[in-house]
Design a protein around this ligand. Structure first.
Ligand SMILES: [Zn+2]
Length: 115
């Protein structure tokens, strides 16, 4: 398991929660922002089906949980990284809203997400 971030030139430590990702918290949050930007475009422009909607909802929950766990268990986090973490969470929350407001595809049943 890597203990240093896999992004070139980044020497940030990889918290144990992000061992499988091989990223420091800052780059993990950045990757979430990048992924959310693409998914937000997808949910805004396309009438996506229920399966895709569920997959995106699961992505949001999984990434958000992992980010929150890493953020609250690491010892020292710089203010810049804290901002990045908050931005990543904000992106996930906004994407979740976009997902709930998206055009309804045939056969889509809302409200079936886990409580
Ligand atoms: Zn990094």
């Amino acid at each position: 398991m890597p203990d240093r971030c896999s992004i070139p030139l980044c020497k940030g430590p990889v918290p144990s929660e992000l061992g499988a990702e091989g990223l420091c918290i800052s780059h993990f949050a950045q990757a979430i922002e990048d992924a959310c930007a693409g998914l937000r475009r997808e949910t805004a422009q396309t009438a996506i089906g229920p399966d895709r909607g569920r997959a995106i909802a699961e992505f949001i929950t999984a990434r958000g949980t992992l980010l929150a766990r890493a953020a609250t268990s690491s010892e020292r986090i710089s203010n810049d990284t804290k901002m990045r973490i908050l931005n990543g969470l904000l992106c996930l929350m906004n994407l979740r809203e976009n997902l709930d407001r998206r055009p309804q595809a045939p056969g889509d049943r809302r409200g079936s997400a886990p409580a």
